[in-house]
Design a protein around this ligand. Sequence first.
Ligand code: ADP
Ligand code: MG
Ligand code: MG
Length: 253
Amino acid sequence: NVLLEVKGLTAVVADSGKEILRGVDLVIRVGEVHAIMGKNGSGKSTLSKVLVGHPDYEVTGGTAMFKGENLFEKVPEERSHAGLFLSFQSPIEVPGVSNMDFLRMACNARRTALGLPELGPLEFYGFLSPKLAALNMDPSFLDRNVNEGFSGGEKKRNEILQLAVLEADLAILDEIDSGLDVDALRDVASAVNGLRRPGNALLMITHYQRLLDYIKPTYVHIMEAGQIIKTGDTSLASQLEAGGYKAIRDLAG
Ligand code: ADP
Ligand code: MG
Ligand code: MG
């Protein structure tokens, strides 16, 4: 029941050769929630982008198996169709494409990859409506262009809606808590919790313990200088909050 197994992963910035990931090891099993914490610049976003195949980075060593298959042999689109999802720290705007069309396209691409028939507009609306309701989102939201003029909270909610539509097996949420006030954070977190299934897993990247009060992780990892230097349970996040990264570094020895 291992979903993702990363071993000794090293990666560089493609155009400069600057090394960012320096040997990352990570195992995520179905049903688990993992949190990666770490200072700005420690390589958290790079790890998530390398896993989904972002072209800015080049893998120079190590392996990543997702559902028993080599992730690095797949193009980004295939990784997504295989059930890997990454939310964006700064979601992009897609002018001229309605949210509804965008979500239906994404959903049908995944269904096609799974050998399922595509959903027509009406069927898709039936599939989407309860998910929208669960997220406390107004249906008028679907007529707007992707992320255009969305508030920070709306963008995050939209990402979770995308995740709900794609029914990913492993969702990586990179700073899904950034820029959210407490109420929006609670909404987004409860929506994320509502998407948890025995068969899927979650990897959350965050600076703050606050998010982990709402979405309880099975494991907390601390990343520093391109490596996971310590793994523990939620008490690690509390230690971090109390003593800062130095306390964790001392613990890691
Ligand atoms: P985090 O998400 O933990 O804040 P990042 O993964 O974004 O860290 O960045 C890790 C380090 O790699 C930083 O020093 C950052 O400046 C550098 N880096 C990341 N992506 C690039 C890039 N495309 N080009 C140059 N440097 C990069
Ligand atoms: Mg950062
Ligand atoms: Mg980051």
